[in-house]
Write a protein that binds this ligand. Structure first.
Ligand code: CA
Length: 65
């Protein structure tokens, strides 16, 4: 996994939380994308991994919830 200054939910580390982050989190969850391609610091659930919790977090943030 990549470490950087990504904010929570910013799985791809581009500086914003968007649908792309939710999709990437789901891809990691489904093992379509290897975890080294994502920013582990954007992880929100406390388990140290990118997965469904991060996808839901990103979707909620996009929706303003
Ligand atoms: Ca992003």
């Amino acid at each position: 996994m990549t470490e950087g200054l990504a904010e929570p939910g910013d799985v791809d580390g581009d500086g914003t939380v968007s649908l792309a982050d939710a999709i990437l989190a789901l891809q990691v969850c489904a093992q379509f994308t290897p975890s080294p391609d994502v920013y582990v610091i954007s992880e929100v659930s406390g388990d140290g991994r990118i997965g469904m919790a991060e996808a839901v977090f990103a979707l909620r943030k996009i929706a303003g919830m």
